[in-house]
Design a protein around this ligand. Structure first.
Ligand code: MG
Length: 378
């Protein structure tokens, strides 16, 4: 894709915002000369091609939707991205409609990130992934203007980036299961998806081949607190270091009961989205999983990490299936977290960016590349 093919949030964009947006209309590139001394936002849908298809009960998924964003300011370009897993309720249409409503050209200072977030909140209360895409592009832009990467601006040491987990899930086919375990080679922590049956089988299959520490994501799948406690005890004996979202997010009292007894820390994922949720999470969980597409981007994610630390909580940093743009942006924050699950870009075949690398299982970011630390490929 050529950067000139980005759509401009021009008069056409504002016109589209008045009615449900048509993706076929968005496929037509619109060019408009940018305004000097102003923030010029452009965006376009970008379908991510998966390296391995997702096998669902009745279908096979080989792609996942995304929207690529850029903000230009006096010849400097910042890149951003929205990814939208179905459970967050956002679509290419809803993201493009939201972005079309924004008039960022009213801003002449890209460093007013707090003010731009307040403006975006006034446009619509939700649309968190869409807001994240603007936030990431603003961080990339302002970092480039300063000539510094964001981990450095925040005072973080890139040598302290954590290992990232690599995710596997159960497969009924033993050969497929073996292939999945083989792919974990080199990672220092493996994330096992649970809560859909066969929970112990996948751990036992893994343990026959590897003694690497594991973490477990139950994805709200355990609904009986005693059974959940039994599973936590069983996992603790098998090298598990924490459990993510063990019970449905509504079962707060049961999760708090489990936390009192579990030998493993419990981490909130689906339970929380944004900053005000962190103090609520402290009532039942030992830590939080921050994702840029939930938090509206880096600005609030940074605040969430600081608040969680102040409350004595563990902090995990996750991502969606997305390009190196959003994953590398999250990685800028990773030196201040306990655990990272930043493998989303490894799952796609058509990455537009060069960014973070996983070296010997560890999140590795360029020490000096400014902004969010990515370069557009091609
Ligand atoms: Mg999760």
């Amino acid at each position: 894709m050529n950067r000139r093919n980005f759509l401009k949030t021009s008069a056409l964009g504002l016109a589209l915002a008045a009615s449900p947006i048509s993706i076929s209309a968005l496929d037509t590139p619109i060019r408009k000369s940018s305004r000097p001394g102003r923030l010029n936002l452009s965006f376009e849908p970008y379908e991510l091609k998966l390296r391995h298809s997702f096998n669902l009960a009745r279908s096979q998924r080989t792609t996942t939707p995304g929207v690529q964003v850029q903000i230009e300011y006096d010849g400097i370009v910042g890149y951003g991205e929205a990814s939208m897993p179905p459970y967050l309720g956002e679509t290419v249409e809803s993201v493009c409609t939201f972005l079309s409503k924004l008039d960022l050209a009213q801003f002449s200072d890209p460093f007013r990130i707090e003010e731009i977030h307040e403006y975006m909140e006034s446009v619509a209360p939700d649309n968190r992934a869409a807001k994240a895409s603007v936030d990431i592009a603003l961080h990339d832009l302002t970092g480039k203007i300063m000539g510094q990467p964001w981990h450095k601006i925040w005072g973080l040491n890139p040598d302290k980036c954590p290992n990232t987990s690599y995710t596997i899930s159960y497969d009924a086919d033993p050969a497929e299961m073996k292939a999945k375990i083989d792919e974990c080679e080199g990672f220092k922590i493996i994330k096992v998806k649970m809560g859909v049956g066969h929970d112990k089988e996948v751990v036992e299959a893994l343990r026959k081949r590897s003694d690497v520490p594991i973490c477990v994501d139950a994805n709200q799948g355990w609904t009986d607190k005693q059974a959940a406690l039994d599973m936590c005890n069983w996992l603790a004996e098998r090298g598990c270091v924490f459990v993510e979202q063990p019970m449905p997010k509504e079962m707060i009292a049961e999760t708090a009961w489990l936390r009192e007894r579990s030998p493993l820390p419990l981490i909130a994922d689906e339970f929380l989205q944004r900053l005000p949720d962190v103090t609520r999470a402290a009532e039942a969980y030992d830590g939080i999983n921050i994702k840029l597409m939930k938090s509206t981007g880096l600005h609030e994610a940074h605040k969430m990490a600081i608040l969680a630390r102040a409350l004595g909580m563990k902090v995990m940093l996750g991502c969606m299936t997305e390009t190196s743009c959003a994953v590398t942006a999250a990685a800028q924050l990773s030196p201040m977290v306990d655990w990272a699950d930043l493998d989303g870009n490894l799952l796609i075949a058509n990455d537009r960016f060069d960014g973070l690398k996983i070296v010997d299982g560890k999140v590795t970011i360029h020490p000096d590349r400014p902004g969010i630390g990515v370069e557009l490929l091609g």
